[in-house]
Design a protein around this ligand. Structure first.
Ligand SMILES: Cc1cc2nc3c(=O)[nH]c(=O)nc-3n(C[C@H](O)[C@H](O)[C@H](O)COP(=O)(O)OP(=O)(O)OC[C@H]3O[C@@H](n4cnc5c(N)ncnc54)[C@H](O)[C@@H]3O)c2cc1C
Length: 384
């Protein structure tokens, strides 16, 4: 079995290391900062896990595989009474102006037997009286889906990997010397070298810095804001027992119920300005706050005057259309790139890790949707 060096301990890196180790490879994980750190895309409190993807069945399939893995892993890693790593609060799709996409999602989920409930306006009112959606004829509920405690999950997986003899080395790695089309090692900033037989670069928004010529024009990090609003004291309507996570891509706003008392989270999904994940400040902008407040006033009037208790700036690492990039580097036969989560990658961590391990160990082919060849340099988002 080869020695595989995985660079980047975000969700794609830790799950790739997990599956490579489980398959018997010797694995070293290298992380520039800290697994689940604040500047990584995986470093926010929570990430939604849904299986609905319009007509894009490939992502529904990956998501279902991952949902099962997240649930089992979370149950094993943090059994009650520990704070859960996965909340099965359900995911609600509010159609509004988004009817065609939601209808395509319903068809895909029903055809695949994924478990989806269709709620008409009256059923939606009965089930979630705290949500106002009079412009929504039909809503979808994915009752088995929910939310992973993202930052904690990634940090926990990294610690578990260390217990499985996967050293987690702190340091920023860059590709070292090449010998006959194969990378021999990565070099850290302190000059040390880590040799390997194969390399996986799962560097999120940093991929364009690692491979500037190849990926500079193909992965565009954008600034993305999430806001946490304080729920009224003693009011459980906005917690995970009563409130699902929700998505509505046309409105450009999605959210997560109040978990662990951190506040109800509202995320702005529209792509923000270009962003440097190392250097840029992570300050909230007035327009995002205004948009989130307008959404709360319209959809969750019980939260209309809620105070902002925290905000966070993260980054999407966008490919041209939102499809992942999981492919071999064209210049090095033993180097793989795994990234391009494009604002929807976290949930897929377990299945992506499994796929990466199969590619590295030679038991799978590159999925055309994830290939480098299909990544153009235009921005034309079609996968959400
Ligand atoms: C605001 C926001 C909300 C989102 N919501 C959801 C959601 O609800 N559901 C969902 O499924 N997805 C969501 N996503 C997308 C998801 O979070 C990302 O797609 C996913 O976390 C990307 O993981 P990654 O491992 O590719 O990157 P990262 O988590 O960024 O990890 C990359 C790691 O590589 C390290 N690294 C980089 N370069 C080097 C180097 N040279 N040497 C060593 N280490 C290096 C970095 O320090 C970092 O830790 C959201 C994203 C954002 C920003």
């Amino acid at each position: 079995m080869p020695h595989v060096v995985v660079v980047g301990a975000g969700v794609f890196g830790v799950w790739s290391a997990w599956h490579l180790r489980a398959a018997g490879a010797r694995v070293t994980l290298v992380e520039a900062y800290e697994p689940g750190h604040s500047r990584s895309s995986s470093g926010d409190e929570s990430r939604i896990v849904r299986c609905g993807y319009g007509a894009d069945e490939i992502y529904s399939r990956f998501a279902m595989r991952s949902l099962r893995a997240w649930r089992d892993w979370a149950q094993e890693s943090a059994p009650p009474p520990q704070a859960p790593l996965f909340h099965r609060c359900g995911v609600l799709w509010l159609s509004g102006a988004d009817e065609a996409y939601v209808e395509a999602t319903r068809r895909t989920l029903e055809a695949g037997g994924y478990g989806v409930q269709v709620l008409d306006r009256a059923a939606l009112r009965d089930r979630f009286p705290q949500v106002v959606a009079e412009d929504t004829d039909v809503a979808l509920l994915e009752p088995d889906c929910g939310v992973v405690m993202a930052r904690r999950a990634v940090a926990t997986l990294a610690r578990q990997l260390e217990r499985r003899d996967v050293p987690v080395v702190r340091g920023r790695a860059r590709p070292g010397p090449d010998q006959a089309g194969r990378l021999r090692s990565v070099t850290l900033d302190d000059g040390s070298e880590i040799r390997g037989d194969a390399f996986v670069f799962a560097c999120g928004a940093w991929l364009p810095k690692v491979f500037p010529e190849l990926l500079g024009p193909r992965i565009r990090p954008t600034q993305q804001v999430v806001l946490y609003f304080g729920t009224p004291a003693g009011d459980e309507r906005f917690g995970p027992r009563h409130m699902p996570a929700w998505v509505g891509f046309q409105s450009g706003v999605y959210g997560v119920p109040d978990l662990e008392g951190r506040g109800l989270k509202v995320g702005i999904d529209r792509h923000g300005p270009a962003f440097d994940p190392d250097a840029d400040d992570r300050a909230l902008d007035a327009a995002s706050l205004e948009k989130a407040r307008a959404w709360l006033a319209r959809r969750l009037p019980g939260m209309a005057d809620a105070p902002l208790v925290e905000s966070r700036v993260c980054q999407y690492e966008n490919t041209s259309n939102g499809d992942f990039l999981i492919d071999r580097h064209p210049g090095h036969a033993n180097v793989w790139m795994a990234g391009g989560g494009s604002g929807h990658g976290f949930k897929h961590g377990p299945a992506v890790g499994e796929h990466v391990a199969s590619l590295v160990l030679g038991s799978a082919d590159v999925e055309p949707r994830f290939s480098l060849a299909t990544k153009s340099t235009d921005a034309a988002r079609s996968v959400y």
